[in-house]
Design a protein around this ligand. Structure first.
Ligand code: ADP
Ligand code: MG
Length: 717
């Protein structure tokens, strides 16, 4: 089942527009653009009866169109009033003025969306719609709709839903009967439609029930192909041989010298790791545990075990600040004797040349058993004498290819990934399916609770002043604090620091507001009378790294009271005296990210306070995220909420998973049971046919799913 290029089957303009809009290149790319919803004549409502808060589909005519800019925020609103003779409804579009070129007075069409109300007028925000070309067409089309559901597709300014439907029609016709990647036996057991039939039925259903069944089938396909890819990758990894590394005298004396008892979770994770290291095959393990759960000790134990047999560990951190902090905390964790044995070195881009040269030499000669650094470790000039273990901190910042680049510096080294972002099991299985997962679920005792409050400025603008009072009171008691904002300077987004998250969600609530910045917030707070004796400093990605170190040291030492920062402080910063965090524009951060951020306070004896300041309107999705964070301290629950509120593709994007495209129908938050079933089938099938030589169309479906780096990964193993 060879995938054809769109340029061979579609007109040039259509093909280019599809590529520009969605990046589609091939027939299967396009056929994977499933309808968002369907409308049928049967469910048409008259405007007089549109039900508030529910989905409605209306056939109506445009009466008037107006555009205005929004008050207090950047952006504009397009308002389109439509009627069907029984009443009026307003359609609103935020920042989509281009729609005014089709939506002109007199235009007729079908409109579908959720019915809301604004100042007593019924409205549909961002409805799906399809306009009738002419009066005649509408008659004819209405006939058609009487029988068939009409698919609505995610559309753009250059590709309307109906244009996409037309292109998909062509693609379906050229596809014809294609071979099914799911073997017949599995298809029967799972009661699935044939693949080609399912594609036909999801795009051109005769009835809604056909589309629903097609969706079930394609959902299974998605889970199954993905699991086959992951199981195949895992099996390949298990065939590779690597040096056996067993714990010994060094390991024992290290654990004995620790100033505390390991928690049972820490012990069990260390056992998992030691089993892996002794297995003769490369470990690929993810250790997850909340901030402060004690992952560092676990990783250090593994490092000592590697050193036991003369091997080296490379620890890769996402930023220089974190690399330096890991370096310090590892030295502290190892203790003076063990640190002397391990001879740790720091290797980052900004080191003076002479220092760097020494570090490079220590790595290449094997005299250092622990090299801590940033992505500078990936550079060609870095070599190791015997790289036995790669430890990667904070999975979400590194992609498969970077993991791979570091692995290439050793002979199949073991890989240990540490993450403080809890990952629900189904996500781990879906997105990190090539990793084994260990969890540290319980915290060492002695952490203080964190009190989280939402400061909703939309309802209570006067609370803004109270926030700063509260912060200054905390400082007056000898504590320290953070103010976190989403951007450094006005009118630009720092790619690395403004969340991988949070596409403006076009509900118009906060999306169009200018982001609050460090540059504006710092002088604003400094100028407040209650801050006259309080020292504030700015911390963000553009602060030179030696200055960053200086600031961090000063903050540690209590010489700085408050840091006004971007998310550079998100991970790893450990200042027990910091007890309060103010997050401005909290709705611009992801759920898990807010949770991470607030983990910076309450790390010592003083209870922590997090104030999540937001303009987002109650009930908006942006506000829901903020409310969710305030509602619980359970990181796993929040990770699950994150998945509910946002598409998995955004949470754990293609970058991490090595998959070309994000998930389509599969929702890892809902489809856990299906994913497990698909995993079992994938395991059985690959057991019988490890290289898929008898399942050619499945092999092709997998190849379509994996991006280049992931394919290379497969080949290298
Ligand atoms: P993480 O890396 O998971 O955020 P750390 O490893 O930095 O957490 O541990 C946080 C703090 O808890 C450190 O000061 C560490 O020394 C301490 N710690 C770790 N394990 C234990 C334990 N079993 N009992 C008491 N304290 C511990
Ligand atoms: Mg840590």
């Amino acid at each position: 089942m060879k995938d054809q290029k769109l340029r061979d089957v579609l007109g040039d303009r259509t093909q280019k527009a599809l590529h520009k809009a969605f990046g589609y290149v091939s027939v299967f790319d396009l056929l994977g653009h499933y309808p968002r919803r369907y409308a049928t004549r049967g469910e048409l409502t008259s405007i007089a009866q549109v039900p508030l808060g529910e989905q409605a589909t209306l056939v109506a005519e445009v009466v008037s169109v107006s555009q205005r800019s929004m008050r207090q925020r950047r952006g504009n609103v397009l308002e389109v009033t439509i009627t069907d003779g029984t009443g009026l409804v307003t359609l609103t579009f935020f920042n989509q003025a281009w729609r005014a070129k089709d939506l002109i007075a007199g235009a007729r069409g079908i409109f579908a969306g959720k019915v809301g109300e604004y100042r007593g007028v019924r409205q549909l925000a961002h409805p799906d719609y399809e306009l009738f070309d002419t009066a005649e067409h509408s008659e004819q089309a209405s006939e058609e709709w009487a029988k068939r559901p009409i698919p609505f597709y995610r559309a753009t300014s250059s590709m309307a839903s109906w244009q996409i439907a037309k292109a998909i029609g062509v693609a379906l016709d050229v596809l014809g009967d294609c071979e099914d990647p799911v073997p017949a036996q599995i298809r029967d057991s799972e009661n699935l439609m044939d693949f080609a039939q399912a594609l036909e039925a999801i795009h051109r259903p005769a009835e809604l029930s056909d589309a629903a069944r097609a969706r079930e089938t394609l959902l299974f396909h998605e889970a199954f192909v993905l699991q086959c890819a992951l199981v195949k990758r895992r099996r390949a990894g298990l065939l590779v041989a690597t040096a056996v590394r067993t714990p010994g005298e060094l390991t024992n004396s290290f654990v004995k010298a620790l100033p505390f008892e390991l928690t049972p979770d820490q012990e069990s994770v260390i056992n998992d790791i030691h089993d892996d290291l002794a297995s003769g095959h490369p470990m690929n393990r993810l250790v997850q545990g909340e901030v402060g759960s004690g992952k560092t000790v676990v990783a250090a134990t593994a490092m000592v075990t590697i050193a036991q047999s003369g091997g080296q560990t490379a620890l890769l951190a996402p930023t220089e600040v974190l690399a330096a902090q890991h370096f310090r905390s590892l030295i502290a964790t190892l203790g003076p004797d063990m640190a002397a044995r391990m001879n740790p070195v720091l290797l980052t881009g900004s080191l003076p040349a002479a220092v760097k040269k020494k570090a490079l030499l220590a790595a290449a000669s094997g005299s250092s058993h622990l090299v801590v650094g940033t992505h500078a470790l990936l550079s060609d000039s870095v070599a190791f004498a015997d790289l036995g273990l790669v430890v990667i901190d904070e999975q979400h910042r590194f992609g498969v290819d970077q993991r791979e680049a570091l692995r290439q510096k050793g002979t199949h080294p073991h890989v240990l990934v540490l993450t403080a972002t809890p990952i629900p099991r189904t996500v781990a299985m879906t997105v990190f399916g090539d990793l084994d997962v260990s969890t540290i679920a319980t915290m060492p005792s002695g952490r203080s609770p964190i009190d989280t409050h939402v400061v909703a400025l939309d309802d209570h603008p006067e609370w803004f002043a109270r926030v700063w009072q509260r912060l200054s009171e905390e400082v007056a008691q000898g504590r320290q604090g953070f103010v976190v904002v989403p951007a450094i300077a006005p009118a630009e987004l720092e790619e690395s620091e403004v969340l991988e998250a949070d596409e403006p969600e076009s509900e118009g609530d906060s999306a169009a507001r200018a982001l609050t910045t460090v540059m504006e917030t710092l002088p604003m707070v400094r100028a407040l009378p209650e801050f006259s004796a309080i020292s504030l400093e700015a911390m963000h990605g553009r602060v030179p790294s030696d200055e960053k170190d200086r600031l961090m040291n000063a903050f540690h030492a209590g010489e700085i009271d408050v840091l006004v920062a971007t998310t550079v402080i998100e991970v790893g910063i450990d200042v027990p005296n910091a007890s309060i965090m103010v997050v401005l524009d909290a709705d611009r951060f992801g759920v898990s990210q807010l949770h991470q951020l607030r983990g910076r306070v309450g790390r010592g004896e003083h209870p922590g306070t997090a104030l999540l300041v937001t303009h987002a309107v109650a009930g908006s999705p942006a506000r829901e995220r903020v409310d969710a964070v305030a509602s619980t301290l359970d990181g796993f629950e929040l990770a699950a909420i994150d998945l509910e509120l946002r598409r998995e593709g955004d949470v754990l994007g293609a970058r991490q998973s090595g998959m070309r495209s994000g998930l389509k129908l599969l929702r890892v938050s809902h489809d856990g049971e299906l994913i497990e079933r698909a995993r079992r089938w994938a395991g059985e099938l690959l057991e019988q046919d490890p290289d898929l030589s008898d399942h050619q169309s499945l092999a092709e479906a997998i190849a379509r799913r994996l991006d280049d780096s992931a394919e290379e990964f497969l080949e290298k193993n």
